[in-house]
Design a protein around this ligand. Sequence first.
Ligand SMILES: [Zn+2]
Ligand SMILES: [Zn+2]
Length: 166
Amino acid sequence: MVRVNQHQLKKAIRYADVRCSNLGGKLTEKRQQVLEILLKAKKPLSAYELTDQFNKVMDVPILAMSVYRILDFLESVDLVHRLKSENKFMACSHKSEGCQHQLSMFLICGSCNKVIEMNDANDKIKALFEQVEILGFSPGESQLEISGVCCQCKAKLPKVNKRKLE
Ligand SMILES: [Zn+2]
Ligand SMILES: [Zn+2]
């Protein structure tokens, strides 16, 4: 997840608007506001955290129920992903370009909660799907979540250990 600046945010919203109308939906004001919070977030948020943040910055409060409905919609048009292992939501990292989501891969850092979304145009993953199809199985949209430690957190680890030893 990379935090977006104002220019990237505008671009992402413009893309989201086009994507929604292409798929027969509409990026309403509330949907856009929820998406903006996720685009600005440093880590995935639960629906309740999202509701809290929404109500902190917006004048008209929103109910968690409505946030769930909005997230359902944003997920259905691939603008938002739900991390199943954490039940949290994040904006799609492919903010302003169309991307295939046959297989979304997420690397989840257990130390800082940052999530990296990997592009699925990877040869090995393509080969894996070809293998699956050879078995006569038609794979739907799938999601792979790999938990571990990100490189920044890993870099910090030896220092912490060293201090403990002193
Ligand atoms: Zn995505
Ligand atoms: Zn980390």
